[in-house]
Unconditional design. Structure first.
Length: 137
């Protein structure tokens, strides 16, 4: 019998049948290792973030939140530098690095300026009441 030829068109399909995984989404190590070891980038990031949340809950919130923000910054660096990061890859490399770096940077910055006794003094924050329309006393 002859083979059946399927016509290929440039039209978009009417029904989505699947999506491609993001670049770099293969496991960092081969299948001979247990799952947490194969997925070491996300395991490391989640462990550091979990430790940061525990420190925030039970200890000094600034140190804990710095660790949470630092874990997101570490995730951005891993996504940028490691070729295969497994479940740490969600979207394109550019999007993942941008979102992780932005969120980690914001958490670190907000932690540094948090009251009481901020570790970083920004003059614009001293006048925040003026910026939102509150008069000084």
């Amino acid at each position: 019998m002859g083979t059946v030829r399927v016509a290929r068109t440039k039209r978009r399909p009417t029904k989505t049948t699947g999506t491609l995984p993001p670049e770099g989404s293969h496991a960092a190590l081969d299948g001979s290792h247990p799952l947490p070891v194969r997925q070491w980038p996300i395991t490391l990031v989640l462990a550091l973030a979990g430790l940061g949340i525990a420190i925030t809950w039970f200890g000094d919130f600034k140190y804990g939140l710095l660790l949470v923000g630092g874990s997101l910054l570490l995730a951005a660096v891993l996504r940028l530098t490691v070729p295969e990061v497994g479940m740490l890859a969600v979207r394109s490399r550019f999007t993942d690095v941008g979102v992780l770096a932005f969120l980690g940077g914001v958490i670190v910055l907000l932690t540094l300026v948090a009251q009481p006794d901020p570790w970083l003094h920004l003059s614009v924050l001293d006048r925040i009441g003026d910026l939102v329309g509150r008069p000084r006393n």
